[in-house]
Design a protein around this ligand. Structure first.
Ligand code: LLP
Length: 407
């Protein structure tokens, strides 16, 4: 993103602010869609990565459907203009009323367990349903994001076909699709494809299936030296595999459900340096945001590039880099964005950009330490639009009962 533009955004909206580039989202969507030749193909945007309605609308306009994991996400997707038939609800451990919410909005539900399939059948017999399969295989950038295998809480275990069939018959349910999601941040296509192979084996047991949903999980490079997933190779192998399956069985729609791949690289978190501190060993650069606003480094030890935003005319000046720890304004020691990071000299008031924060940035943010949520801004070529106002102190009182909100 253009550095001069970022400085203007700070002047107009302040910091901390998430800034997203619409062109990057469109590029990622096109790259993915074009790498898979299989038809029919549907891409469901896994909106947990970023649920701002302006971003949901971008993916709706690009032709995506949407994957929702909670009634709240269904609510937002409908608000953003998705139709019920474009929403797949893949929640887990849902309450009766959450299941009812999907049913009353005509949204197809994915049952994550035999127990949820039974409850769904009792509430809504003679209807369509999808099931999530655990293909006994997981992958991901960190153990917290692996969602397949015996240790994972997700999905119906792949060998439980007889029990699935018996519940489908008991409640006269039509199994419209099978689903899996083995994990997140996968850069090695072989693992995903192994999962697809297992899922297709289960799919072969259900002759009336309309779609096979292989989940999300496609990674993006965050660290220097990390290479992007070989999309062409992945797309070709996936196309071959599903085409062969369809020839031996019957035609199905192939569904992919990426979140990170579509939005991570479109976003940065803009933040201002508020303090610089040195002790005999380390230099700490403090900024005006923290793990409450962006928790990936604290939660997953995730690496995110941090750059000093300098005006274009001074960009060529040589500045010696030194190792610093970039830390936030939250009263916890885990509030670190980067340790031992080589950065140019920094002082109070300098502007920093934390890169690749479009996915699981704002959507995982909280008001911890009673700091209101950051603003969000969308850049579309030369147009800059505020898409979420900065949080306020009034937000901190929202739903509290024992105070005079207006006082
Ligand atoms: N489908 C389902 C059912 C999911 O649970 C997820 C993510 C996705 C699709 C999209 O996965 P993606 O394509 O974004 O990898 N907060 C973590 C990621 C957790 C992902 C949870 N499920 C992070 O920041 O790395």
């Amino acid at each position: 993103m253009d550095f001069d533009r970022l400085a203007e955004i700070r002047t107009a909206y302040g910091t901390p602010t998430y800034v997203y580039d619409k062109q990057v989202m469109a590029r990622q969507y096109q790259n993915l869609a074009q790498s898979i030749r299989y038809t029919p193909l549907r891409i469901h945007y896994a909106c947990k990565a970023n649920t701002n309605c302006a971003i949901l609308r971008i993916f709706r306009d690009l032709g995506c459907a949407v994957d929702c994991v909670s009634p709240g996400e269904i609510f937002l997707a409908l608000k953003a203009g998705f139709s019920s038939s474009d929403i797949l609800f893949t929640g887990n451990n849902l309450t009766h009323s959450e299941i009812m919410y999907a049913i009353s909005h005509d949204v197809l539900m994915t049952a994550d367990s035999l127990s949820q399939l039974e409850v769904y059948g009792q509430i809504n017999p003679e209807s369509d349903v999808c099931i999530r399969i655990n293909p006994n295989l997981g992958a991901g950038h960190h153990k917290h994001v692996i969602t397949g295998g015996l240790q994972s809480k997700f999905g119906i275990y792949q060998t439980d076909v007889a029990q699935i069939t018996s519940l489908l018959n008991k409640y006269n349910l039509h199994l419209k699709g099978v689903h899996m999601h083995i994990g997140s941040g996968i850069l090695e296509p072989v693992l995903l494809l192994k999962g697809v192979e297992s899922l297709l084996q289960v799919a072969g047991e259900f002759p009336d299936l309309e779609f096979v949903d292989i989940g999300g999980g496609l990674g993006v490079p965050y660290e220097p030296g990390q290479v992007s997933m070989d999309l062409r190779k992945f797309g070709e192998s996936l196309t071959d595999m599903v085409t062969r399956w369809a020839e031996h069985n019957h035609a199905v729609t192939l569904v992919l459900e990426p979140g990170r791949f579509l939005v991570a690289e479109s976003g940065i978190l803009l933040t201002t340096v508020t303090a610089v501190k040195e002790n005999p060993k380390y230099t700490f650069v403090g900024v005006d945001t923290g793990f409450n606003h962006f928790m990936r480094p604290a939660l997953y030890n995730a690496y995110h590039e941090i750059v000093k935003v300098v005006p274009s005319e001074s960009r060529r000046e040589f500045q010696e880099h030194s190792e610093v720890t970039v830390c936030g304004d939250i009263c916890e020691s885990a509030d670190i964005f980067a340790r031992n990071r080589l950065l140019p000299p920094l002082k109070e008031g300098d502007l920093l950009a934390i890169l690749n924060t479009g996915a699981y940035g704002f959507s995982m943010a909280s008001e911890y330490n009673s700091r209101p949520l950051p603003a969000e801004v969308l850049v579309d070529k030369t147009t800059v639009t505020e898409i979420r106002k900065r949080g306020t102190f009034q937000d901190l009182l929202r739903n509290q009962c024992e105070v005079d909100i207006d006082g």
